[in-house]
Design a protein around this ligand. Structure first.
Ligand SMILES: Cc1ncc(COP(=O)(O)O)c(C=O)c1O
Length: 447
């Protein structure tokens, strides 16, 4: 039983697709019970606390990568959205499904969650079942869902909000919910990803020519009608939202329906080397202006669904250099671990050599190889580190809370077994007034 629960917890954390398939439950054990154990597993990992990344490297000299978590940074991001976004903020759980992160966000004002699979529905429902301050609200915002998943979400977990982008999906939702009359249904429009680093423009969303019929049919079926979109992840300009809202306006005018919810989706940026967006307040202002000018009912609500912006600062990793070949460092985490985006979309995450004393060395650009046997396990960078970085050194790779920890696999037997909470600041922040300058001193060498 414990072994099964641990396996499930591993799958949830590592994003193994088989977590989305119902597991055989030993001796009639409920899935909720398994998630209870999954939470225990996470808790045991996150109990360990240290003052700083440097402290972890110097005192533990870990042989495997370590995930660092900073709940205070996630809480600050949550408070920022809860206080400053001119509407309601939902956390997009896919960015990082850590139960401890979910609890931290909830305690800091994020009470609504964008879930995209039945496993995420169960996870959030179980994680927040006994949370103080009332019930969390779950919104199932994947436009293509299994009918069984919709039925379980509606009948077992009380989910009332669903997204869709076709008439077929509308029919599926109505069937699965026994033609319920208490549904909030959000029609997803296809919008451009031209201002974003990662496109979400091809897969989902109704085209302008299709929206009239879809909006009218959904209006008939829904208690509340919403329109949602996603401008693509890491949107580097507020213009992305202004343009998408114009698209919403055209769809509303064309269908002449009363709309109750405008959901501007995710896409809010975090900060990475070479990707330094303007302050999020500018995004909020552009969205507010656009929303205020839409022909929607006076009582209509404005929502957003940030994943990255709420979770990026939550996590980083500590890796060890196992080999150096010129300007190439062989480290013990990579493309199949927390560095998927660094490998596959050339994302440059911030790095710091964890040393006790300042180095006189100039910074120079390095690329990384991960630990597996694949050539593809390669992160081009450049990652800027002191010229004298060597085997046995520890490096912190920052800003991996979104789509880093969540996408880790155990491929080739390489993974990160330990998660440690630290109190120091993340390597970059969109929310901190001022970050202390990171030292990059004495190399932590084994032996
Ligand atoms: C429907 C939906 N909402 C929100 C998000 C979160 O996006 P981001 O992390 O860019 O904020 C995603 C990401 O894929 C998504 O598909």
């Amino acid at each position: 039983m414990a072994e099964c629960a641990t396996k499930f917890a591993h799958m949830l954390y590592r994003g193994d697709p088989s977590a989305y398939i119902a597991l055989p439950l030993p001796h009639g054990t409920s899935t909720a019970r398994q998630l209870f154990y999954a939470n225990d597993y996470w808790r045991s990992l996150e109990l360990h606390k240290h003052h700083s990344a440097l402290g972890v490297a110097t005192t533990l000299t870990p042989a495997a990568p370590v995930t660092l978590v900073r709940p205070q940074a996630a809480a600050r991001a949550a408070r920022f959205f809860a206080e400053k976004f001119p509407g309601r903020s939902l956390y997009a759980v896919k960015a990082n499904p850590s139960p401890d992160l979910i609890r931290t966000l909830f305690a800091s004002g994020i009470t609504h969650f964008d879930v995209a699979s039945i496993a995420e529905v169960r996870l959030v429902a179980e994680t927040l079942a006994n949370a103080d301050g009332g019930q969390a609200k779950l919104c199932f915002m994947h436009p293509v869902k299994a009918e069984e998943a919709i039925a379980e979400a509606y009948h077992v977990h009380g989910v009332r909000t669903f997204s869709l982008d076709t008439i077929d999906e509308l029919a599926k939702i109505m069937r699965a919910c026994d033609n319920a009359t208490d549904l909030e249904l959000c029609v997803r429009l296809r919008v451009s990803s031209e201002h974003s680093e990662l496109s979400l423009a091809s897969k989902f969303g109704a085209e302008l020519g299709e929206t009239r019929e879809l909006l009218m049919a959904t209006r008939q079926a829904a208690d509340a009608l919403g329109i949602c979109f996603h401008v693509g992840s890491q949107a580097m300009s507020p213009q992305a939202y202004s343009d998408a809202i114009e698209r919403v306006r055209a769809a509303i005018v064309d269908a002449a329906v009363t709309v109750d919810i405008i959901d501007v989706g995710g896409g809010f940026p975090s900060i990475y080397p070479g990707m330094e967006p303007v302050a999020l307040e500018n995004y909020f202002e552009a969205i507010h202006r656009g929303f205020e000018s839409l022909p929607v009912s006076y009582s209509s609500e404005l929502w957003c669904e940030p994943g990255r912006a709420l979770s990026a600062e939550y996590s980083s990793i500590i890796v060890r250099v196992e080999r150096r070949r010129g300007k190439e460092l062989y480290i013990n985490d990579g493309a199949y671990g927390a560095l998927f985006d660094a490998a596959h979309v050339g994302w440059r995450f911030p790095v710091a050599l964890l040393r006790e004393e300042d180095s006189e060395e100039e910074l120079t650009g390095f690329s990384f190889y991960g630990p597996t046997c694949d050539d593809m396990d390669h992160m081009v960078g450049p990652f800027m580190l002191p010229e004298d970085v060597a085997v046995g050194d520890y490096i912190e790779i920052g800003m991996l809370g979104a789509y880093g920890a969540a996408m880790r696999t155990g491929f080739n037997g390489f993974t990160s077994e330990s998660t440690i909470e630290v109190e120091d600041e993340p390597m970059a922040s969109l929310y901190a007034e001022q970050l202390p300058v990171r030292r990059r001193a004495t190399v932590i060498k084994l032996g």
